[in-house]
Design a protein around this ligand. Sequence first.
Ligand SMILES: Nc1ncnc2c1ncn2[C@@H]1O[C@H](COP(=O)(O)OP(=O)(O)OP(=O)(O)O)[C@@H](O)[C@H]1O
Length: 469
Amino acid sequence: MTFLGSALDILEPHINKNASYNSSEREQEGASICQPGTRERILTKIQRWTAGEGPPVLWLYGPAGTGKSTIAQTIAEQCDKDPKNLAFSYFFSRRNANRSDLTKFIPTFAYQLVRTVPSLDTSVRKAIKSDPAILNWRLEDQVRALIVEPLKAVTEQMPSMVVVIDGLDEYSEDDGKCPLKYLVSILIRVLTGLPFRIFFASRPERYIDVIFKYQQHNVKTMEIPLSDWETKGDVFNYLWTELSEVRRVKGIPNSPWWPLKDDLNSLVEKSEGIFIYASTLAKFVGARNCNSIQRLQKALESHNGLDSLFKQVLDSAKEHEDFQFVMGIIMFLRQSLSLGELAQFLDRKPYDLRSALEGSMSILFIPEEDNIEIRPYHASLQDFSRDSDRSGYHFLDPATNHKALFNKSTELILKDTDFLTESDLSVSYAYYNWCYHLCPLINDNDTSYPIYLSLLFLITDYDTCFQYV
Ligand SMILES: Nc1ncnc2c1ncn2[C@@H]1O[C@H](COP(=O)(O)OP(=O)(O)OP(=O)(O)O)[C@@H](O)[C@H]1O
């Protein structure tokens, strides 16, 4: 290795050029910043944090497609302007596995840091010159040699700088790669003693939650759940701006006004505040060479555009052997149950359910408390799961699932020695809904159903029975 030139020249062959907020790969991915008029409150909160308010670590988390990367992109861009205090930005990507290669992570960090603080160039260069193998060292030693020591060597007063790391859930540990928890904990442990503020963003996966909750170095983390921030108004503004642009570009006449405010409101309702729905729709309606007015009408009449997102999440969630069963039960329950009630209903432990559903936390709300209901973030997940044309091999068969629910209900009722008690909500669910789950099975030739039916007629309330039979 030659040492002519600056630290940037030496590091350049060893960095990942695709992962920073302003890489061309990010541009090709369609990375954008938050449209003006959207996300104002949450951006203000994060801007206050970048300016020094609150603990040095921030974790923004939220369901799939709600706009986390767009917020991370906005913060990275803002910090890279005035005052220029972006130390490093790194966007992991599910689609671009090259970004999970951590051998380039710290050299990329050092490279970007030297760009922000040119006076670090000499000490970084010296460090690599003293031992060129640094670039192959383990992560923690690389951070110390390429970031911590050079920062200690500069005499100038360092401003507080921001590190933006997006998509922790998109980092893949496959092929024996360094576990995510090491990466996060090394960064937190080593960097928080320095003038860094670290912004992480990810989906609300349990394994990531555990990393932040149980990290061992007592560094406080500010957690921002994206679902706590109302987005319908933002999605309305977004659609309004995007479709007004479509009207302008396509020369759609102003009278009658297009799009109608009522139509936009219906679309906002359909989106349930999930940005990816709105951005998919805007692309669909605004595509070149199409009749945008007809397309908008079609979008209003059709199901929404979250199917590919559902498939992506379900593909990995179904790896848990119990996932399909528990998911089927949740999708076909007549009314939602809390996690604890559902566990009782299925004669499982709450932990078993959490574990079975672990991979689906970005489309299903899995509460931490047992007394809170499990629910999909987007109601269309149910329609999707029940429609084989949309869901393909993620289709949940109504007969199989109603049968499972009916069987569980009968088991509970027949075991209920405290005849007709309603003290336990899972048993109460069984009493009130066994018939609802039986009805779709009426043509099923399983001979036990007539027997169950007559038994249950005897023990449950007749009004409920006759309502459905
Ligand atoms: N505030 C916003 N203004 C404009 N567009 C937005 C905004 N938020 C999100 N979008 C658009 O919505 C889509 C989804 O956003 P984004 O990728 O940021 O979501 P995400 O929560 O990071 O998704 P995932 O969980 O899949 O990583 C993108 O096309 C993005 O451009």
